[in-house]
Design a protein around this ligand. Structure first.
Ligand SMILES: Nc1ncnc2c1ncn2[C@@H]1O[C@H](COP(=O)(O)OP(=O)(O)OP(=O)(O)O)[C@@H](O)[C@H]1O
Length: 341
C-alpha cells in the first residue's frame, strides 16, 4: 500500500520510524533502477527523500519529465536538448493512439488537452497551469506548448488557408519575443525572468484549428524601471535599444554611444536576450509598423534620460521639487541631442 509521509505524525495508523526506514532502504536498494520510475505515484513509500532520489536519478539519465498522476513534473535541464522538441516528435505525440503511454513529456499534456476539446460535441475550454519557482522553466514550457499547438492545430488543406494558418502561427509565436523584451529582465536567479504573470488564451475554431490568441498580463513589476536590485538589470528592451540602435536612430532617440544611464545597471553584461533585431522583427509581424516602433523606442529613451535627473530634498513639501543641478541637466540634454553617434 502506498505510504504518504510528510514529516508529521500520521495518527494511530502511522508507520513506525524503524519500519519506514526499512521500506525506504528496500525501495532505494530495489532491483528496478530508480530512473525507470516514470510516475511518482509508483514511488513507495512517498517521502521527500524517495521522490527527490527518483527525480535525481531521472535527471542524471537525461530524463527531464516525470508524471505524478495527472500532473507533469518538468525538471530544468539547463542545457539545450534540441531532440526533445522537434516538430517530428510533436507529430509523434499528436498521432499516437495513447499519448499517455509514451514517455512523459509536455507534449502529452498538450495533446491530452487538445483531445479533450476535440472529443466533446460541445467543446469545453481547457486550461493548463504551468507553475514553479523563478527559473524553473515556466516560460520555456509555455513556449513549447505554443509551438506544439502551432504545429498540430493548423492543418489546412487549400493553399489560401495554409497562408492564413501560417500567418496566425507566426503571429502567435512572435508574441513571445515581444512580451519577453518588454516584460523580462535579468535577475539573480534567471537571466530571462518574467516580471509579470500571464494568461495565454489560444482560440480554436470548430475544426480545432488555431484561429488566434490573446494574452492577458498582470502584476508587471513596473517599479523595476526606476529601481533595480544590485546585480540585476532593467527590462531587456532598454538594453536592446542602447546596444542595437543604428547611428541615425541614436541621433533621433538621443542615445549617444557610451552614454551612461543610472536606470541601466550592468550594461556590460551581454545576454542572448539583448538582440534588438529579433524584437523589431517580431513587432513588425504583430502589425506594429516602423513609425509606431520608433515612437515607442523614443519614449523608452526619454525614460532613460529621466532617470538621470536628480531632485533636491524639499524643505517645504507643498512647494514644487527643485532640480539638483539645472545646468548639468541642460548640458546633458544638449550633449545627447548634438552627439554625433
Ligand atoms: N526544457 C528546457 N530545456 C532547455 N533549457 C531550459 C528548459 N527549461 C528551462 N530552460 C532554461 O532555463 C532558463 C529559465 O527558464 P524560464 O525562463 O522558463 O524560467 P521561469 O520559470 O519562466 O522563470 P521566471 O519565473 O523567473 O520567469 C531558460 O532561459 C532556459 O535557458
Amino acid at each position: 500500500m502506498l505510504q504518504q509521509v510528510n514529516g508529521h505524525s500520521c495518527g494511530s495508523d502511522a508507520q513506525s520510524p524503524a519500519s519506514l526506514r526499512e521500506d525506504l532502504q528496500e525501495f532505494l536498494g530495489g532491483e528496478a533502477p530508480l530512473h525507470q520510475l516514470d510516475d511518482l505515484t509508483k514511488v513507495n513509500p512517498v517521502t521527500l527523500e524517495t521522490v527527490l532520489r527518483c527525480l535525481q536519478a531521472r535527471y542524471m539519465a537525461d530524463l527531464f519529465y516525470t508524471n505524478a498522476g495527472c500532473t507533469l513534473v518538468a525538471l530544468n535541464p539547463f542545457k539545450p536538448i534540441p531532440q526533445l522538441y522537434t516538430p517530428e516528435l510533436m507529430r509523434d505525440y499528436h498521432a499516437a493512439l495513447q499519448p499517455q503511454k509514451l514517455k512523459p513529456h509536455i507534449f502529452t499534456v498538450g495533446e491530452q488537452t487538445y483531445r479533450n476539446v476535440k472529443s466533446l460535441i460541445e467543446p469545453v475550454n481547457q486550461s493548463i497551469v504551468v507553475s514553479g519557482e523563478s527559473g524553473a522553466g515556466k516560460t520555456w514550457t509555455s513556449r513549447c506548448l505554443m509551438k506544439f499547438y502551432a504545429v498540430v492545430a493548423t492543418s489546412p488543406t487549400s493553399g489560401e488557408n495554409y497562408k492564413i494558418a501560417e500567418r496566425i502561427e507566426q503571429r502567435i509565436l512572435n508574441s513571445n519575443p515581444v512580451m519577453e523584451a518588454f516584460g523580462n529582465a535579468c535577475t539573480l536567479r534567471n537571466n530571462n525572468s518574467s516580471r509579470f504573470g500571464k494568461f495565454i488564451q489560444l482560440q480554436l475554431n470548430r475544426a480545432q484549428q488555431m484561429t488566434g490568441a490573446a494574452v492577458q498580463t498582470y502584476l508587471l513589476e513596473k517599479t523595476r524601471v526606476a529601481c533595480q536590485a544590485s546585480s540585476e538589470r532593467n527590462f531587456h528592451i532598454f538594453y536592446q535599444i542602447c546596444k542595437g540602435a543604428s547611428e541615425e536612430e541614436r541621433l533621433q532617440w538621443h542615445l549617444p554611444e557610451g552614454a551612461t544611464f543610472s536606470w541601466l545597471p550592468n550594461p556590460e553584461r551581454t545576454l542572448e536576450e539583448d538582440c534588438f533585431e529579433v524584437t523589431r522583427e517580431a513587432m513588425l509581424h504583430l502589425g506594429i509598423d516602423t513609425p509606431s516602433q520608433n515612437n515607442i523606442f523614443k519614449v523608452l529613451a526619454g525614460l532613460l534620460h529621466l532617470g538621470n535627473i536628480w531632485f533636491a530634498d524639499s524643505e517645504d513639501e507643498a512647494q514644487p521639487c527643485q532640480l539638483m543641478d539645472d545646468a548639468k541637466l541642460c548640458q546633458d540634454i544638449s550633449l545627447a541631442a548634438a552627439a554625433p553617434s
